[in-house]
Ligand binder design. Structure first.
Ligand code: ADP
Length: 439
């Protein structure tokens, strides 16, 4: 155990120096000379100790300090103590880094640590195997020089890491990697890559299967409904039972055709690679056409429907998809609002954004259903949806369309008061804002 030089000890050393001065002074009978001699002795002693300390710190291989006396003993012990403390801290830090690396190596994913200049600081073994990073050759290289797929480069440079992306693997085009980036500390980034080849193959298979089955079922259904429509009235009216059966058959065929059409629309949107920034959708014209269809559908409901449309507001997007989303929301409001209701459709600017909103004063939806409404085939009231001819895919289509257009469906609903379905289109999809900022 080491103690710092105490005041008592310092005074003791000073007394020894004074005594030496007095004794030598009385011996040579000259106190000034004695003072100069003791000072010179003290200076030599101190210089000698400084020289030893310097030698010990810089040249000696010994860790423990040499034996010295007086105040210097405490200085040596102090330096020795600090050295030991630093060494223990370094060891502790080393252990921590080692444990972190062992943890990162044990992960089933490839991990790369990137600094604020996008250069690679460290990566685990899987990153070397699956991303083709050469270690330590690639240390300090920019990550986007190694992972050069345009999708990854665009994702990396835009800086929004709130969602992962799927990109073909840099070492094997038949494999798909999911990249997830997490910012941490001082602008550092943690890149996690996972092999999702199997999941994406299964997803592709599911999509293809649904699309193929729907497509295959469309032809026989068209034939059945064609024949049902062609049956002469005399045959339908000849027997009341046959008439009822034929009517029910044609209703169910129509429902099935509607379902198949929706399934095909959904798989088309899901696998859509159409670029949303290429075409401008004239939303006011499109809403004018939907309004005519809504008026036709509304005949048996008697709602009062009003469209409030900003005639100059257009957006970038895929017209067929946006049309499908808007008409689904409007037709749902018509179908799920009790007779003689009030429906308002809005398309307007709000700051730099555009908003599409459908408000109805129908029965509303209980909160427990709201989160699940966009799931495929989820219906609040199955019997009622069947009566309206709903396939249960409408809001699922809306969700996928909006996802493709960087937006989200939002729903507010109060039971007994009505519902509000809306989505917000960001400035990057509004031609006027884009033109403004680019000029
Ligand atoms: P469907 O084809 O059955 O209409 P959707 O996916 O379009 O399927 O809608 C899912 C469910 O959400 C509907 O079954 C209905 O219960 C409910 N819903 C949708 N729109 C409204 C609305 N405006 N008011 C009340 N309920 C609605």
């Amino acid at each position: 155990m080491y103690y710092p030089l105490s005041l008592k000890k310092s005074i003791g050393i000073l007394i020894v120096f004074l005594l030496a001065w007095l004794v030598i002074g009385s011996w040579v009978n000259d106190y000034l000379l004695s003072f100069a001699m003791t000072m010179a002795g003290l200076m030599l002693f101190n210089y000698y100790q400084l020289f030893r300390l310097n030698h010990w710190i810089w040249h000696s291989k010994r860790l423990s300090p040499p034996t010295v006396y007086g105040a210097w003993e405490y200085i040596y012990e102090g330096v020795y103590f600090l050295q030991r403390r630093n060494r223990a801290k370094r060891k502790e830090l080393g252990e921590l880094v080692k444990r972190f690396r062992q943890g990162a190596e044990a992960l089933p994913d490839a991990v790369v640590i990137i600094d604020s200049d996008a250069t690679i600081l460290w990566c685990n073994r899987l990153a070397r195997l699956e991303l083709g990073i050469q270690w330590p050759t690639d240390l300090g290289l920019r990550i986007d020089n190694l992972l050069r797929h345009p999708l990854f480069v665009e994702y990396f440079n835009q800086g929004d890491f709130s969602y992962p992306i799927e990109v073909p693997s840099p070492i094997n085009q038949n494999k798909t990697n999911e990249y997830r980036i997490m910012p941490y500390g001082d602008d550092n980034l943690l890149l996690i890559s996972r092999d999702v080849t199997r999941v994406s193959q299964l997803e592709d298979m599911r999509r293809d299967f649904v699309a193929n089955v729907s497509h295959e079922m469309r032809t026989p259904l068209t034939v059945i409904s064609g024949y049902l429509e062609m049956l002469p009235d005399s045959a339908v009216n000849a027997d009341p039972f046959a008439g009822k059966a034929l009517h029910e058959m044609s209703e169910q065929t129509k429902r099935m055709q509607h379902l198949i059409e929706d399934l095909l629309v959904l798989s088309r949107i899901e696998s859509s690679s159409e670029r949303i920034y290429e075409n401008i959708v004239q939303i006011p014209n499109m809403l004018a056409q939907i309004e005519q269809e809504a008026v036709r559908l509304n005949k048996e409901h008697g709602h009062s429907i009003h469209f409030h449309v900003d005639k100059s507001l257009t957006m970038f997007g895929v017209e067929t998809e946006i049309r499908s989303a808007c008409s689904n929301l409007i037709f749902n409001a018509i179908n799920y609002t009790p007779a003689n209701g009030q429906i308002d459709v809005h398309w307007y600017r709000e700051g730099d954004n555009a908003v599409f909103k459908v408000i109805d004063n129908g029965d509303g939806i209980e909160e427990k259903h709201l989160l699940r409404l966009t799931e495929r085939f989820y219906r609040v009231d199955k019997a009622r949806s069947r009566k309206t001819g709903g396939s249960g895919l409408g809001l699922s289509i809306v969700k996928h369309v909006l996802n493709h257009h960087n937006s989200m469906l939002k729903i507010k609903s109060i039971v007994g008061v009505g519902s509000e379905f809306y989505f917000i289109i960001g400035p990057e999809l509004l031609p006027e804002v884009v033109m403004d900022t680019s000029s």
